[in-house]
Design a protein around this ligand. Structure first.
Ligand SMILES: Nc1ncnc2c1ncn2[C@@H]1O[C@H](COP(=O)(O)OP(=O)(O)OP(=O)(O)O)[C@@H](O)[C@H]1O
Ligand SMILES: [Mg+2]
Length: 471
């Protein structure tokens, strides 16, 4: 149960929160009528998220936030502010508020903000243990893996935790990059400060720079007020930059400068802002390739690559599969004390599958099998069709259409630096990928295994019709 604490001196607002969040599953709403009351309540209540008004009788929102931060530097705080007092709210961001909302609030937006803030809080709270887990009681947290490759990963996490060094985590999709980033954080001396995860590929390219570094009022059309970015908000903490390859050149330059001097400017501003942030970056694409293609700054690459953690693909550590299966069965069974088991033939099949989606795919397969199975043990036929059908003689679904074939060809050609792909073929493959994703460049780039920047350059170079590509 997540605990949400609302602080507002107006009974009306407390009442509307009761209406909006009172019945929300998985959420427990608490209220306080003043900052003073809240500060007394918080140490015992230990809320997961605090939402408070900026203007209150007695302690103001900002003062309450400052006092709260003296003994609690992590609990996300969302401030509510009436139009006209946004300046105060912005000031509050500098004191480590998570975000602010304008009153009167838009209910769906508020709900989304609450969900995001709670997810951020959860990511900070879960201590990810990276010791090989032998005791079942420990199964609720952790990174599973006894293979030599994973043992090496654990060692590096341990070494990194003791320092502030930048780390670059690479590996295919679903190999556990985010899990490892959180393990580094939760064992570091910064574990009592903020951990913010930003997926660079999920944020529209033109907004990423301002999301990370903030902007000044009037910096671009639509920048009605100043905005504090993640690097400023996360001072003293850790930032996880996921899909690092998806950044424009100016953003790359700014990241490099933060790494070199701990300073940056907000978009559209001249004043230099100091910040002390540890950066952990991740990517599932070969960054070396992006560097060679001049899509990614070489100096930034070397800065990020101080310590490299290369996560092995699941197919390269099949010895870990039985333990992972056991872990996921325990974690996902309706009764964890009596988890379901797996028929030996089914386990053998899981060990021989090639797992393009890695650990995530394995967990999904187990979850699905748990739903399908009727008895106490998971049988071969309870496994997802793509795994079951891989058995020789089993019926094939024949899903190798033109688009998936050309994607494979493209990735294969790019995986080897010595292979030169014929431009005409490359053009066709890109068009195919764009058609496959209805012109969505982010998805098409992902499908092709290249960065969005590379894709955009190719689209220009090959003069691929604009109408084929929608942002
Ligand atoms: N070694 C592991 N032990 C237990 N669970 C794992 C392990 N590795 C990954 N997982 C689980 O698999 C899922 C995918 O992991 P994660 O999100 O960290 O992958 P990722 O490498 O960041 O993937 P993507 O590139 O798609 O973002 C998560 O639910 C995670 O908890
Ligand atoms: Mg990830």
């Amino acid at each position: 149960m997540d605990k949400l604490l609302l602080i507002d001196d107006e009974a009306d607002v407390r009442y509307s929160f009761e209406r909006i969040f009172g019945q929300e599953a998985g959420l427990e709403l608490h209220t306080a009528g003043s900052g003073e009351e809240a500060l007394e309540l918080i140490p015992q209540l230990r809320p997961d998220l605090v939402i408070m008004d900026v203007r209150m009788g007695g302690l103001t929102g900002i003062e309450t936030l400052q006092r709260l931060r003296e003994f609690d530097s992590k609990t996300p705080v969302i401030l509510m502010t009436a139009f006209g007092t946004t300046q105060t709210a912005i000031a509050a961001m500098k004191h480590g508020a998570y975000d602010y909302v304008l009153k009167p609030f838009d209910v769906p937006k508020l709900k989304e903000l609450v969900a995001n803030a709670l997810a951020a809080a959860r990511a900070m709270k879960e201590v990810v243990s990276y010791e090989p887990l032998l005791e079942k009681e420990d199964y609720d947290l952790g990174i599973i893996g006894q293979s030599p490759a994973m043992q090496e990963v654990f060692k590096t996490i341990g070494q990194l935790a003791a320092s502030d060094a930048t780390a670059l985590i690479t590996g295919e999709s679903g190999t556990g990059k985010e899990l490892v980033a959180r393990a580094i954080y939760s064992h570091s001396h910064r574990s009592d400060r903020l951990f913010l995860a930003i997926n660079c590929a999920a944020i529209p390219e033109h907004l990423l720079e301002s999301e990370l570094f903030g902007h000044e009022k009037g910096a671009f059309t639509g920048a009605h007020t100043q905005r504090i970015g993640k690097f400023e908000q996360c001072d003293g903490g850790t930032i996880f930059l996921d899909e690092i390859g998806d950044m424009t050149a100016p953003t790359q330059t700014k990241i490099l400068r933060v790494l070199q001097s701990g300073a940056f400017e907000r978009v559209g501003g001249n004043a230099s802002v100091k910040t002390d942030v540890r950066i952990i970056a991740a990517t599932n694409r070969p960054l070396e390739k992006a560097v060679a293609a001049r899509d990614f700054r070489e100096d930034l690459f070397y800065r990020l690559n101080v310590v490299r953690i290369q996560l092995p693909a699941l197919r390269d550590r099949t010895d870990d599969i039985p333990q992972l299966v056991d872990y996921f069965l325990t974690k996902n069974s309706p009764n964890p004390r009596r988890p379901k088991t797996l028929q030996p033939e089914a386990l053998a099949q899981l060990k021989s599958h090639d797992w393009p989606g890695n650990v995530r795919e394995l967990e999904n397969a187990i979850q699905r099998a748990l739903v399908m199975t009727k008895g106490d043990a998971i049988l071969l036929e309870d496994l997802p069709p793509e795994i079951f059908q891989a058995i020789p003689g089993a019926p094939q679904s024949g899903d190798d259409n033109l688009a998936s074939l050309s994607t494979k060809l493209f990735q294969w050609a790019r995986a080897d630096a010595n292979l030169k792909i014929i431009p005409a073929v490359e053009r066709e493959l890109i068009i195919n990928a764009l058609k496959e994703t209805n012109g969505n460049q982010v998805q098409a780039a992902k499908l092709l295994g290249i960065t969005r920047a590379t894709l955009r350059k190719r689209i220009e170079k090959f003069e691929i019709k604009r109408e084929l590509t929608v942002e």
